[in-house]
Ligand binder design. Structure first.
Ligand code: EPZ
Length: 417
């Protein structure tokens, strides 16, 4: 049984520590390909997507092993330049390996990365980045190949912000000849962590977190060795669980300065929080204000990955709330499942209207993707009775121990395998 059973109705209470960031670890793993030796990611989350990326690197010839939560990657022999769609279809973020393969071997082929239930997820901006650096792209019926005699530094002007495409450009440019400037690049913390990791390997990068990133290509890179930062989306998810149950939680290792837009909304709905000796203490007991309008946006805006978890919170607050999803075209899948529990959510295109305060009753619900699945757990924590959330494997793609963590906070939940 791929499900988790949750009995709701208890305010969360306790202290929890946050796992390493999925969306920081994945590009750091790809960056490790750029060194023909051993790199280590400390405090790496043991989640399905990381294990999938580990499997791909192994297929390419890397030797990997774990020491606790430290992931070692020996990429001495990781010279295969083809990644089958078995992997890229399963985890679209593997597409950034194309830039790393180009940086390492001047060529790479991969099966087309799938879209997913939250949207089409095109890769045109990824290809623009690689073409700007001199790569030739061949789009075959089953494989996408990139090759070049030499990657040449250039200006990459993104017409729109994309986290993955920015990472793609960085991974290809660090070993290119000459200077590269990435304009209108994404500013997410995960991009900043990737740049720190690469700088630690000897890359010449500056400007991350701003509108332009500047890179001067180098001949080779040393092994990476960095602590994976705490996952800001997991932290936000647990803060939503605290709000949905009107509980009180302490986060041992909050992601510093990466949740400002989210915390601003947290306060607006009546949540309180304070930083104390490096911890974040949150009090959801005063959560009671609906949200007339919330719009997701690129960083530093409200993160799209916390849109569904926040929707679950708003479903528990009497009054009319409105969310507009500006990043992905189809990211309200969880609404339909919350309505099975009694929520009053109406969606239309990029808008969700939440008539909050309807009593939520436990029942059988079905996760269809990662963050929507996590949101169903939050709704279940606030519901009366027991909810069984099927598709728990979607949730485990990004949450290493959500069941254990919530039990630590006093929730009654049990994965049913
Ligand atoms: C990253 O996805 C994250 N994934 C996503 O987290 C996150 O939701 C997203 O950034 C936005 O913050 C990882 O880091 C592994 P984008 P990514 O390229 O890079 C369009 C999670 O739950 N676009 O910034 O795929 C795209 O369709 C996941 O952890 C193009 O048009 O996101 C979307 O509308 C879900 N052409 C928008 O840009 C392109 O070539 C933002 O996508 C690429 C993207």
């Amino acid at each position: 049984m791929d499900s988790i059973r949750v009995t709701g109705g208890r305010p969360l209470d306790g202290t929890v520590s946050i796992q390493g960031s999925k969306n920081a670890a994945l590009p750091m793993m790809a960056a490790s390909l750029l060194h023909r030796g051993v790199s280590v990611l400390k405090g790496c989350p043991r989640i399905a997507d990381v294990l999938c990326m580990e499997g791909i690197l192994g297929e390419m010839g890397a030797v990997t092993w774990w020491e606790g939560h430290d992931l070692y990657l020996d990429c001495t022999k990781a010279d295969k330049t083809e990644i089958s769609e078995v992997y890229t279809g399963k985890m679209r973020s593997s597409v950034i390996l194309l830039g790393a393969m180009l940086g390492r071997n001047k060529k790479g082929c991969l099966g087309y990365p799938g879209g997913c239930v939250i949207g089409k997820r095109p890769i045109d901006l990824h290809l623009l980045a690689l073409r700007s650096l001199g790569a030739r792209i061949e789009e075959g019926p089953f494989f996408l190949c990139a090759s070049c005699r030499e990657l040449k530094g250039s200006t990459i002007s993104f017409p729109g912000k994309s986290v993955g495409a920015t990472e793609q450009g960085i991974l290809a440019a660090v070993l290119a000849k000459g200077e590269t400037c990435l304009k209108n690049c994404a500013r997410e913390p995960e991009i900043q962590w990737l740049c720190r990791y690469l700088r630690g390997m000897g890359a010449k990068i500056s400007g991350e977190g701003g509108e332009c990133i500047y890179i001067t290509g180098v001949e080779e890179l040393n092994g990476g060795n960095m602590q994976v930062p705490p996952d800001r989306i997991v932290a936000g998810t647990y803060l939503c669980a605290c709000a949905a149950t009107r509980g009180r939680i302490t986060i041992e290792n909050p992601p510093e300065g990466e949740l400002d837009a989210f915390l601003e909304v947290y306060r607006k709905i009546g949540g309180q929080y304070k930083a104390k000796s490096g911890k974040l203490i949150a009090d959801g007991s005063g959560v009671r204000f609906s949200l007339p309008y919330l719009e997701t946006g690129v960083y530093p805006g409200f993160p799209t990955d916390l849109q569904s978890p926040m929707m679950a919170v708003l479903a528990t607050i009497p009054g009319e709330s409105h969310i507009r999803e500006m990043i992905f075209e189809d990211r309200f899948k969880a609404a339909e499942q919350m309505n099975r529990m009694g929520a009053g959510i109406v969606t239309a295109g990029r808008d969700a209207f939440i008539h909050g305060g309807h009593p939520l009753l436990g029942c059988q619900v079905y996760a269809q993707e990662l963050r929507g699945g996590a949101a169903l757990i939050l709704a279940a924590l606030a519901a009366k009775g027991e909810t069984e959330i099927h598709g728990y494997s979607y949730i485990r793609r990004g949450y290493e121990r959500i069941g254990d963590d919530l039990r630590t906070l006093g929730a009654k939940c049990q994965p049913a395998f």
